[in-house]
Ligand binder design. Structure first.
Ligand code: PHE
Length: 339
């Protein structure tokens, strides 16, 4: 009996499994009612009483060994054959979600591309500015009410350091540092202490344009802006310039385009006028050229400031500026391609 137990143990140890059916065969061979282990239990009945104690223990050990081996075989076979049994390799892979460009970046890129084509370079300035470049050099006299036009976030208590209220601060630097001819656009973020609503925000983006050379005229400004409007909003776009006021330009104007949503017929976006305002512009005021030591007898120039959010809202038909700052993925995911 003892030898039979040993032999059976050896045979269990060397059992080879090469396919799932072999595991079931193992169970039948050793562990089923008529299996070899059970047969030994039957034989055990005939063992003389004095040997029963020892052999009973051996037999129980053998039975445990067989059932543990069976569990191990099942487990290791499943682990090794996961791919064959549980994973369907023909299923398509998980999609990789690509991010999308923000509409403000898309429109900014398009505006830069339009002006690069007609020879403009790109320059950038700091968002934290001093009073001199945001106001002083741009012909805003000290304590002049014109400074109230743009509600300012001041950083230092002496009101000297502030968050720029417009990208015109970059043209103040450019004129100070470069000699004409200057032909540059400056995209960037600006800040105004205004309450947030569907139409205005305390932060937004502008693109400043500055062109200084000999014989630059208002007609050049108008033609440049017409080119921009047609490239940006479509070939049939019309523009109109309304007289306006900015301390750093004289004469100054605001430019409207024929409403790109209703084609000029009148809708909610253009408040049923057929026109929407997109930018401020004008001929650079001689005072501004003089503080930059640019010879006003020789040089003239024009400047303009385009609102990027405003342009994006028109291009995409977005009716609330706040959507552009909330980063709601359901909104942003709609902007998948270049314009
Ligand atoms: N800086 C002006 C604004 O933010 C726009 C502007 C730029 C007007 C350049 C004229 C010339 O409102």
């Amino acid at each position: 009996m003892k030898e039979k137990i040993e032999k059976l143990k050896e045979s269990i140890k060397s059992y080879i499994v090469s396919k799932p059916d072999d595991i079931e065969a193992f169970r039948i061979k050793y562990l089923s009612k008529k299996g070899e282990v059970s047969t030994l239990f039957q034989e055990f009945r005939n063992v003389p009483n004095e040997l029963k104690r020892q052999l009973g223990q051996d037999l129980n050990e053998l039975k445990n060994f067989a059932s543990n081996t069976y569990e191990d075989l099942k487990k290791s076979f499943n682990d090794n054959t996961q791919n064959e049994n549980n994973i369907d390799l023909s299923l398509p892979g998980l999609p990789i979600e690509l991010g999308t460009r923000h509409p403000v970046s898309l429109v900014k890129g398009k505006i830069i591309e339009i002006f690069k084509r007609i020879g403009y370079t790109v320059s950038e300035g700091a968002e934290i500015e001093d009073d001199e470049h945001n106001f002083g050099r741009l012909n805003f006299p000290e304590n002049h009410p014109a400074r109230d036009m743009q509600d300012t976030f001041f950083i230092s208590p002496d009101l000297n350091v502030l968050l720029r209220t417009h990208t015109s601060s970059v043209q103040a630097h450019e004129m100070q540092e470069l000699k004409p001819p200057i032909r540059t656009i400056s995209p960037g973020r600006v800040f105004r202490n205004e309450s947030i609503s569907a139409r205005s925000h305390c932060q937004f983006h502008q693109i400043e344009g500055l062109y200084i050379d000999e014989n630059v005229s208002f007609a050049d400004l108008r033609q440049t802006l017409l080119f921009f409007a047609r490239e940006m909003f479509g070939r049939d776009t019309k523009i109109r310039l309304r007289p306006s006021y900015f301390p750093f330009t004289e004469p100054s104007a605001e430019m409207d385009i024929s409403c790109s949503l209703c084609g000029g017929k009148g809708c909610k976006v253009c408040k049923h006028t057929g026109w929407v305002e997109v930018l401020g512009c004008g001929m650079v005021d001689p005072n501004v050229l003089e503080v930059a030591e640019i010879d006003t007898k020789k040089f003239t120039g024009f400047a303009f400031g385009i609102g990027i959010e405003r342009t994006a809202m028109l291009v995409y038909g977005i009716n609330d500026i706040r959507l552009l700052f909330e980063n709601d993925i359901r909104f942003l995911k709609q902007f998948t391609s270049a314009i």
